[in-house]
Design a protein around this ligand. Structure first.
Ligand code: BGC
Length: 268
């Protein structure tokens, strides 16, 4: 794989998806590959599937690989698992994927990846200020990007609003589970996004997740201070963001390594 390509993998509740991403354009270099998420979604079963997705594209030793996970990921370790198997909590995601795939990877939260993807190549391309990305799916994911810096693991979908967890009434799965029509669901979304505005005063709100392709059914019903717009990369945002993030972290690591080498050669 060329220097301008990194591999992105997005672990979702129903599918694990991967594609090589052109870091200059944000486009997929090859068709996306998808394998259904194993059930139960235990660490070993998921890591084995991620490894298959990675192997499909035969990345070279130097290719940066990013993996997005639907829970809090801190220093490589999974801290929460709202929509995947509980056995993930405390698992080192980076290590387990490296063990199965035989390739080092960078790991992050899935909504953070989607937000970063939209910032790098999508609806918020290069935009300064406070950008709030939300993904409406099985859960609600959030990413906060402030002047280009990602504030990781914001988990705003679990905000308590009037005694209810936002995800339980405003996620796309809640729309389906509660049998809500677009109008009724829009009211729930209004509750969620009004609370977000109260807390964060974002300059721009982006709405992603599969349902964002039907944005014309609910976004026009919302009254907010900030513009609220659909994600441009749709369901590909997580893959693009994970790849772009991995490439940027990889670059930083390389620089650190070179600086350390220089220091040690000066000493000797
Ligand atoms: C999880 C988040 C995740 C979101 C979307 C939530 O339930 O807590 O970490 O980003 O779902 O997958």
């Amino acid at each position: 794989m060329s220097k301008h390509i990194a591999l992105g993998v997005d672990i979702g509740g129903t599918g694990i998806k991967a594609a090589p991403v052109n870091l200059k354009t944000g486009e997929f270099e090859e068709e996306r590959y998808r394998i259904p998420t194993p059930d139960p979604s235990t660490p070993d079963a998921v890591a084995r599937t991620v490894a298959k997705c990675i192997a499909k594209f035969s990345p070279g030793r130097k290719t940066a690989i990013g993996v997005a996970f639907p829970g809090v990921v801190q220093n490589g370790v999974v801290k929460t698992a709202a929509n995947v198997d509980d056995a993930w909590i405390g698992t080192n995601l980076r290590d387990i994927i490296r063990d199965y795939a035989g390739h080092d990877v960078y790991v992050m939260n899935d909504a953070d990846a989607a937000g970063y993807g939209e910032y790098k190549h999508g609806a918020a391309h290069g935009q300064d200020g406070v950008i709030l990305m939300t993904t409406l799916g099985t859960g609600i994911g959030s990413a906060l990007i402030v002047d280009g810096q990602l504030v990781p693991n914001t988990e705003l979908g679990h905000t308590d609003i009037g005694g209810e967890e936002a995800e339980s009434f405003a996620a796309d799965s809640a729309r389906e589970r509660l049998g809500l029509d677009w109008d009724a669901w829009s009211k729930n979304l209004q509750r969620f996004y009004s609370e977000m505005e109260k807390l964060l005063w974002p300059d721009l709100i982006i709405v992603g997740g599969g349902v964002s392709k039907s944005h014309h059914m609910f976004l026009p019903h919302l009254t907010l201070r900030a513009p609220i717009i659909p994600a441009e990369l749709r369901n590909g945002a997580g893959i693009v963001g994970a790849a772009a993030w991995a490439a940027s972290e990889h670059k930083k690591d390389e620089k650190k390594r070179k600086d350390a080498d220089k220091k040690s050669s000066k000493k000797s």
